[in-house]
Design a protein around this ligand. Structure first.
Ligand code: SF4
Length: 464
């Protein structure tokens, strides 16, 4: 089922149940005039901090649409303020979007319609957010963006400059994971990137989508790089950052992709044996240039996707690691609830026994088993378990980023009781307008933001 169908069905269901509806994320932002969105409130991707107003007006029966862009002296801003309160899905992991939008215009992309051109957050705001997260007990930071490699080009800085500033504030044992970068802009910073990815507090991991390994298809996609560029980035980093994990994305069956083109992609996967590979069968997004191109027959797309998946499953990336001793950072529970999930220095997944003492800590393990997507680690008997975070983490569901006064106010009202003291230094630094808001309103805002953040993450993942 297509994402629009899911979206439409959810709206229909809510309408049948007489629920008030506020839509958020890339889908309504990109096509607010769709028939099925008529009369509904929409909050744009850069207006998430105004969720309270939109919800209140919608409850009163009004339809509100805030789809504008945030600007400062004519310059487009990254989006909502970074210091807004929020609830982390995992209290140990802080996800920071370093910029919104990108510098490309890929012909299949709908995200660009919603997010527009590159708009980066200033370095000091990002560093402040990181510091605050560590003071709230976070032990892993993920930097995300449509294209992290393009970060800063609109504000006269660049990704390595940001990363060097960030590593200064990462406490020992906590880790930073860099998100997806397209090949073109990162090419300019390869030397510096290699140094940063060798830093002990940065995962030696990079997600670089190649899409197809065919220059003619890349040209049709307007991806602004060729296969040789991708290989240059990967080969350089593999040489300078021993053991680095390179994850990539591949789209199968883009318009104009011939059998020969597809075979080139297969060869690339066979050659690089990417341990992490996201294979997507091409689906034309309505309103994109690619949707107007002559399509590859559905059966062919399906077959190519299957063939590539078979190649991917033909190799085992972790077997040779059995017997290694590794340091891993434990951050969550596995889907089947049988293990804790940790990551080693290369952001490879290592399952460890469910010992509550390990959560949020660095643990030394011996790798004893491996599968296609994971390893299993046996904790070393005399190993030191140490906490990387400088504070106790917030409780699950607890609101991050509240001022001390506000947090105490919540405590006395009985809504939230814990951890006021954990965040004193962070709180005193915050310049939030929160005390001006009514507490209920602020709480709703926090919860709303958390829900919207989840919705965003879902749509960005599925829709792009
Ligand atoms: S696919 Fe990514 S890089 Fe290309 S236009 Fe869309 S958001 Fe930008």
């Amino acid at each position: 089922m297509k994402i629009q169908d899911h979206f439409r069905n959810s709206i229909k269901k809510a309408q049948e149940e007489n629920k008030k509806i506020v839509l958020a994320g890339c889908v309504p932002q990109a096509q607010p005039r769709q028939d099925y969105l008529k009369g509904l409130s929409i909050i744009g991707v850069q207006q998430i901090d105004r969720v309270v107003e939109v919800v209140e007006e919608t409850i009163k029966g009004h339809s509100v649409r805030l789809l504008g862009q945030k600007k400062d002296n004519g310059r487009r801003l990254g989006g909502a303020r970074l210091d807004l309160p929020k609830i982390r899905k995992n209290p140990l992991i802080e996800i920071i979007s370093i910029n919104t939008g990108c510098l490309n215009a890929c012909t299949y992309c709908k995200t660009k319609h919603a997010r527009g051109n590159l708009a980066s957050y200033p370095i000091d705001e990002l560093v402040d957010r990181a510091k605050q997260s560590f003071q709230e007990g976070v032990c892993e930071i993920w930097l995300t963006s449509e294209d992290t490699g393009a970060y800063g080009r609109d504000i006269g800085t660049n990704l390595p400059t940001l990363l060097w500033k960030l590593v200064e504030v990462i406490p020992e044992g906590a880790m930073l994971r860099l998100g997806m970068t397209n090949p073109p802009y990162i090419l300019e910073h390869l030397e510096e990137m290699a140094k940063i990815l060798n830093h002990p507090r940065v995962y030696a991991f990079l997600h670089i989508p190649v899409q197809p390994a065919s220059d003619s298809v890349l040209m049709e996609m307007k991806r602004e790089y060729c296969v040789a560029d991708f290989k240059r980035v990967v080969d350089f980093l593999k040489e300078k950052v021993p053991g680095i994990t390179i994850a990539t994305d591949i789209i199968c069956g883009f318009p104009g992709e011939t059998d020969q083109d597809f075979q080139e992609t297969v060869k690339l996967v066979e050659e690089y044996k990417f341990p992490s590979l996201f294979i997507n069968q091409f689906y034309p997004r309505p309103g994109t240039p690619a949707a107007k191109m002559e399509q590859v027959p559905a059966q062919v797309k399906k077959q190519r996707t299957k063939d590539l998946s078979r190649v991917f499953h033909s190799y085992s990336p972790y077997n040779h690691k059995i017997g290694e001793r590794q340091q891993v950072l434990v951050t969550e529970e596995s889907f089947d609830s049988k293990f804790y999930v940790a990551h080693n220095r290369f952001y490879e997944q290592v399952l460890v026994p469910k010992n509550p003492a390990f959560m949020g800590k660095m643990v030394e393990v011996d790798i004893c088993e491996s599968g296609k997507h994971f390893m299993k680690g046996q904790p070393v008997s005399d190993a030191k378990v140490y906490t990387p975070s400088i504070s106790k983490p917030l409780a699950k569901g607890e609101v991050s980023g509240l001022t001390k006064d506000f947090r105490n106010g919540l405590g006395s009202s009985g809504s939230h009781t814990s951890a006021a003291s954990q965040c004193d230094s962070a709180s005193s630094r915050m310049v939030l307008p929160m005390p001006r808001l009514h507490q209920d309103c602020a709480l709703r805002m926090s919860v709303g933001l958390a829900l919207l953040a989840l919705l965003f993450a879902f749509f960005v993942k599925v829709y792009n």
